[in-house]
Design a protein around this ligand. Structure first.
Ligand SMILES: *Cc1c(COP(=O)(O)O)cnc(C)c1O
Length: 394
């Protein structure tokens, strides 16, 4: 295994271990436990004197391959695979905090992530301040003596705002706080938060990493010291471990991640450019376009555009519903990162629980639509939009 392999190679070979049969494809080890040859061997394993697995809640061979492959891709020292993206986020935030600590988080967060910091953490005496993360001055102003964690997502869901990760990391380092980045929307291919100075990266592997709509998964990545000090025991004793079957599915999914993300990004870019010219469309936000409000930060911290496009229809909710109903390729679904193109109306689905005011702050209007590009032929996708837009008034 070479650390210098480029991502496409790492994602096919990284972390693979083979059993005595020498199988080509990674094996699924669906086992809860492990047996020891002798009592002494069991004792040594529990003392940590010999390497090996103890119980699948702590770690298991297929999950280990997935974690190692993700570490290679991310440039992280260690990782833990979790049952879902939310298990990863909750573990990453809660394992390192105690009553009396304070979190500063960007307010533009995936709905459940926002619930963890805004609603769950305060129940345990952990305070949280939500800020407009686009302006570094807001992060700085929110710092308190007890601030321990900065939490953000970039680009954000659904309006694809970006946050200057390196800038946030500089502020955090000045006070010894940790920066946790939810890197789902950028994918591990287009943005490397650890290189930008973040300390912990989390993914919902449910999205691009599976990418074919099959199973849930998540992963937390960081340095060995942080994982040993904070996540190791939390993970063992609260049980968010990924199923080995899902780890296997995700290992197979990740092999084709670069191919899929490349096609999805090309398809998203073509849809963004097409929509920007249409009379029914008020605004297109796409991280690969020059007219993105934060194109300078994108150029600094991302190496690719996005597989998602956010746009606003002049005709509000009626127009958004008419467009979604008329599309034949993009299916109406709140999921994203799938090989099938998906489309959603955030105000009535993913962000319906926010107050009107909170939605306004995030730039989600009645006409906002989020498109997640699949891997279909881009000509077909654009033609489908052109046809469907005919049922939408300008
Ligand atoms: C989907 C998603 C999550 C949650 O992941 P699950 O696998 O659904 O639990 C967290 N953050 C972002 C940005 C997501 O898109």
């Amino acid at each position: 295994m070479s650390k210098n392999w480029r991502p496409a190679t790492q994602l096919v070979h990284g972390g693979t271990t083979r059993s005595q049969h020498g199988e080509t494809s990674e094996a699924i080890f669906l086992t809860q436990g492990f047996v020891y040859e002798t009592s002494e061997a069991a004792e040594a394993r529990f003392k940590g004197e010999t390497e090996g697995f103890i119980y699948a809640r702590y770690g298991s061979p297929t999950n280990d391959m997935f974690e190692k492959r993700m570490c290679m891709l991310e440039g992280a020292e260690d990782a833990r695979a979790t049952a879902s993206g939310m298990a990863a986020v909750a573990a990453a935030i809660l394992c390192q905090l105690k009553a009396g600590d304070h979190i500063v988080a960007a307010r533009a967060l995936f709905g459940s992530c926002r619930w963890v910091v805004e609603t769950l953490a305060p129940k345990y005496g952990i305070e949280c301040t939500l800020v407009d993360g686009r302006d570094l001055a807001n992060w700085e102003k929110a710092i308190q003596k007890n601030t321990k964690v900065f939490f953000l997502e970039s680009p954000t869901n659904p309006t694809l705002e970006v946050i200057d990760i390196a800038g946030v990391a500089i502020l955090a380092n000045q006070i010894g706080a940790k920066v946790v980045v939810d890197n789902v929307f950028a994918t591990p291919l287009f943005q490397k938060p650890l290189e930008l100075g973040a300390h912990i990266v989390v993914y919902s592997a449910t999205k691009h990493i599976d990418g074919q709509g099959r199973c849930l998964g998540g992963v937390v990545l960081s340095d060995k010291d942080w994982i040993n000090e904070h996540l190791h025991d939390y993970f063992r004793h609260t049980g968010p471990a990924m199923s080995p079957f899902n780890a296997w599915t995700l290992l197979k999914g990740i092999e084709t991640l670069p191919l899929r993300v490349k096609q999805q990004t090309e398809n998203a870019r073509r849809v963004a450019d097409f929509l920007a010219e249409q009379p029914q469309v008020a605004k297109v936000i796409y991280p690969g376009r020059k007219d993105h409000p934060q194109a300078d930060i994108i150029a600094k911290q991302m190496t690719g555009g996005s597989t998602l496009v956010a746009f606003e229809l002049k005709g509000g909710k009626d127009a958004a519903f008419a467009l979604q109903n008329a599309l034949q390729i993009a299916r109406i679904s709140n999921n994203l990162g799938d090989s099938k193109s998906l489309i959603t109306h955030p105000a009535t689905t993913t962000h319906k629980n926010l107050t009107d005011e909170a939605r306004d702050e995030l730039g989600i209007s009645a006409g906002t639509v989020r498109f997640s590009a699949g891997i279909e032929d881009s000509d077909d996708i654009v033609e489908d939009f052109a046809r469907a837009l005919k049922s939408v008034k300008a």
